[in-house]
Design a protein around this ligand. Sequence first.
Ligand code: AMP
Ligand code: ZN
Length: 496
Amino acid sequence: MAKAEFMGEKLKLYNTLTRTTDVFEPLSKGEVKIYCCGPTVYNYQHIGNLRTYIFEDILVRTLRFAGYSVRHVMNITDVGHLVSDADEGEDKMALAAKRERKSSAEIAAYYTEIFFNHCALLNIQRPEIVCKAADHIQEMIELIKRLEAKGIAYESGGNVYLDITKVDDYGKLARLPLDQLQAGARIEVDSKKRNTLDFALWFTKSKFENQELQWDSPWGRGYPGWHIECSAMSMKYLGESFDIHCGGIDHIPVHHTNEIAQSEGATGKPFSRFWLHGGFLLDNNDKMSKSKGGFLTLDKLLERKIDPIAYRLFCFTSKYSQELSFSWESLEASINTLKKIKSTILSIKAVSGSSLQGSDSDRGNLVHSDPNNPQSQVRQAQSNQYSQLFNAALFDDLNMPRAIAVLHQLLSDSSLASADKLCLLYKFDQVLGLGIETWEEGTVEIPAAVLTLLEGRQAARKAKDFKLADELRDKILAQGFVIEDSATGPKLKRQS
Ligand code: AMP
Ligand code: ZN
């Protein structure tokens, strides 16, 4: 059953569209439909990008925790994203293909695989639907045709553009006057456009004649603009109006503004009701970004033998919507916090013995309340109090620093029985995603070299090169690790 209200708390989320923290209710009772802008797979995702996916993971987990079923869609941008978010520069994929002397498809497959490996190491749950832009060209063409039929899109000089004066409230998400939106978009003068802020839906004529990725269309052979993919794919999988749309804060003035213009222009209906945006991870007081170079990937953390979960915990030190400054010293603090949390939980597990090996449905609900036993009643009340505190933190616009404070309070509360503590910890971890259930005494950290071999084996299996895959498995074995393949992906265990 859906619980918009959970233990007296209503889920409240900050909505960029209304600039207020609003009580969240989905359009369809019990089911939340959510779309998150995914990676442009021309390079590694840096730990700043990954911060945004951790926030989205917390949002999805919180919605499930609150009792909703969630339909979570994420796109993979493998065509159309030009070097600037506006219509400027070369396609990022084409540029990477040249840089690495590979085809765009090879570049996309390689970086997509690494992205999901990194997500798995961070315990970010994979969305139900992951959709690639290059697989949805027809849907984009149909949407552009709809916009053209309504007089919102126009062809000029071989390209198709959206006329921003033909849609209501263009820029309502960013709430900026048009001249400031224009400055934010850093738009190149394009004499083919009627208005400076008009943006391309389809290119047949660009500075880059030899663009590798091209498709036939009613306007000629060419390729889509970047924004149209998210409108086409979100509406295909979630319907014309849905509940939540997410991304990083940089998407507000251009990408999300243009998604709204295209979608609402075509359907005449409200597009997403809630818009949630993640704040930047800063590096030396500036946004961490791929274009600047020198960015940090999860591999760099693994090379230093840092547990990725310590980075996940580091992200919980500030609210998702605020900026977070990265430094090795502050990450070190989270590494130490994780070690302390782990050792406390391992000692709680040791005391509780194997009494909590119940089924999933039991976990978090193992405090047996016996109405005739006053002691049991007290235990139940104590547990409820902690559940309430934790829910209140989550439902307060995903306040993770507060949720972690509740975790620490629980861990240090000596008045609670260990078994009750463990029940609560398993329950909280459905959202925290630290992997508490998998923690065992003597758990070993996996060396970066072994993880690299594992990535190679996954790529070899995907390419159906089973000989190489087996060789890599043997190399992993030689390092003392056994691979167990499961439905959720491969798992590494120390050879016993
Ligand atoms: P991209 O692959 O560039 O499209 O970015 C993927 C996601 O990461 C988008 O939601 C961006 O808004 C977000 N993002 C980009 N830079 C940062 C950063 N420094 N901190 C947090 N999120 C970011
Ligand atoms: Zn998008």
